[in-house]
Design a protein around this ligand. Structure first.
Ligand SMILES: Nc1ncnc2c1ncn2[C@@H]1O[C@H](COP(=O)(O)OP(=O)(O)OP(=O)(O)O)[C@@H](O)[C@H]1O
Length: 551
């Protein structure tokens, strides 16, 4: 097999012109493993007999080659000086011709890309491009096709590449930054716990506040005398605290998952979720604290969820001011209501698109898990049931964690026969296939469809109205059009029928069976392209309100 060696010009003091290298080709064949078979020398190097002899001496010296590998007659027969880049065949070697010399690195390309040619990375890139350019067309196209296919696979949902960047770069960076800023060293004494605002299967949620720096925790008042924290101006920084139940089976595991998911979404979709401040473990038993019990802490994002707003008779007008800064002028009440509903829906679907894009399925989308901030933002909360299907986090094949009122008919994000996820890196590599085959994100899209129906129709907002709707829907085979034809109740769907029924069309494409091909519903990205959202009256109203507020 032939090989070549580039000897820098500097090793040949007798040659002094502009050719940078002299290329020597060797045959690695017995009995001379370094048999010189060819020398591509620049014309300048061979311009004189003296130069050539010195060159060969240099070569012998540099390589410590066996003299016999260079025929003697060569020394007495300097190459013709008239041929530029003279190629001299040495010996009667029958070895196959050596590979063509490396093409020069594309300095012009590096310059065009404003890359520093002395930078090793830039040179490596230039080197790779030069090698690619030197390949025959078919090989080059094959390589490009493989590279494109690999890129498409790695960036297809849920994003193997971005997941690897998140896991191996962003997550450690977040940890380091949080540690430096002291965010990972929260303590029980940093917080004061206020009224209890909810209880789930594995945690109890309290309103709370951060104890001001330097100030000792003010005495807590309990019972009837307890002041609502939000009325108490000693506490500026309001928080939400979730106490993970101690002694409840699976509670610790769920709490750990919720914490993991909150850090994860804080990196992947910060503007879509309540800001997570961290966790702490109680160091003593005192009032609500139980020694060793874990607490999760969020920034207080707003005192009402979408469920709270929807339970008000004035919905959706009670959100109009928050969403658009004031009452929208020049429209009848149905159109104004429709704008609010569309704006909430747009924010919800946008948030779902963001989390689905990173492999997370929330699995508990419902109005009480959508907190509305004072600036009219709709944020996702409660990631206790979420699953990250890029790496199989919190995914147990046959476990359904769901609220039956919002759960799609398939009950599970993946078919029950899907096996336990393998080790995380392998699961991540396989995840685009899993998403293509099963579209697990459509689980949340069904729930979003139910939220849309509830916002649009007052009849469906009460628990009994929703239950009724769900049983009629089930009887209609989860076909919303069939449900509408057959329902015994007169459901007001005016809001969805506006604009030639675009809202209704969207609802029918969110609430449906998955079908044999496991699709049958719009993804969040496709929903945002639906004509319902393309007429952006709600967006225009929101932008106008921001402009008028900033004046
Ligand atoms: N960051 C937040 N800002 C404001 N309110 C919040 C926040 N997080 C939670 N809440 C309030 O706390 C309630 C319960 O929170 P969450 O849903 O996370 O707890 P949970 O234990 O899972 O309860 P549930 O099972 O009833 O949903 C929410 O409905 C909401 O009213």
């Amino acid at each position: 097999m032939a090989s070549s060696l580039l000897l820098p010009r500097a090793t040949f003091p007798t040659t002094k012109h502009h050719h940078p290298t002299t290329v020597l080709h060797f045959a690695a064949c017995k009995p001379h493993p370094h048999r010189l078979i060819r020398c591509d020398a620049a014309a300048d190097d061979t311009a004189s007999g003296d130069g050539w002899s010195s060159l060969l001496d240099e070569i012998r010296g540099s390589l410590q080659a066996d003299d016999s590998s260079i025929p003697d007659d060569l020394l007495s027969a300097p190459p013709p000086v008239t041929v530029p880049d003279t190629q001299i065949l040495l010996g009667a070697d029958q070895s196959p011709p050596p590979p063509p010399p490396m093409p020069p690195i594309r300095d012009d390309l590096l310059a065009a890309l404003h890359l520093d040619a002395t930078n090793p990375l830039a040179r490596a890139a230039g080197d790779a491009i030069s090698r690619l350019e030197s390949l025959p067309d078919t090989q080059r196209w094959a390589l490009l096709a493989i590279a494109a296919a690999t890129y498409i696979y790695l960036t297809a949902r849920p994003g193997v590449l971005s997941g690897a960047i998140d896991a191996y770069l962003l997550s450690p960076l977040q940890l380091a930054l949080d540690t430096v800023l002291g965010r990972r060293s929260l303590k029980m004494s940093d917080f004061v716990v206020g009224e209890r605002i909810g209880e789930g299967s594995f945690g109890v949620v309290y309103a709370g506040a951060v104890v001001p720096k330097g100030g000792a925790a003010p005495e807590r008042r309990v019972g009837k005398a307890k002041t609502r924290l939000e009325m108490d101006d000693r506490y500026k920084e309001k928080v939400i605290l979730k106490k993970i139940k101690v002694g409840t089976t699976g509670a610790k595991e769920c709490g750990d998952y919720e914490e993991w998911f909150n850090y994860r979404v804080a990196r992947a979709a910060p503007e879509s979720c309540a800001e997570f401040l961290g966790s702490f473990v109680a160091d003593k038993t005192k009032s609500e604290f139980v020694k060793g019990g874990k607490w999760l802490v969020w920034k207080f994002e707003g005192d009402r969820t979408l469920a709270n707003y929807m339970s008000d008779r004035n919905f959706p007008f009670n959100l109009e001011g928050l969403m658009f800064g004031r009452t929208v002028q020049g429209l009848d009440s149905t159109s104004r209501a429709a704008l609010v509903v569309k704006q909430v829906m747009r924010q919800l679907v946008t948030s779902l698109k963001r989390i689905h894009g990173t492999g997370i399925v929330h699995r508990d989308i419902k109005p009480s898990n959508l907190v509305v901030t004072r600036r009219g933002q709709v944020k996702l909360i409660d990631f206790g049931a979420a699953t990250d299907l890029r790496i199989g986090k919190n995914y147990v094949p046959d476990r359904a964690l769901l609220d039956p009122d919002y759960c799609p008919p398939e009950l599970y994000v993946l078919p029950e026969e899907t096996p336990q996820p393998p080790a995380e890196p392998i699961a991540a590599i396989l995840s685009p296939i899993l998403w293509q085959l099963n579209s697990p994100d459509l689980f949340d899209m069904y729930s979003a469809g139910i939220v849309l129906m509830q916002m649009a129709s007052p009849m469906l907002r009460s628990p009994s109205g929703l239950k009724n709707f769900n049983s009629e829907l089930k009887a209609a085979g989860y076909d919303l059009n069939r449900w509408r034809e057959n329902t015994r109740r007169r459901t007001d769907l005016q809001i969805l029928d506006l604009d030639s029924g675009r809202g209704w069309d969207l609802a029918t494409k969110l609430i449906s069976q998955r079908g044999a091909n496991k699709r049958g519903r719009l993804t969040a990205a496709a929903a945002l392209r639906h004509p319902y959202f393309l007429l952006g009256g709600d967006q225009a109203a929101a932008v106008l309100s921001k402009l008028s507020l900033s004046k």
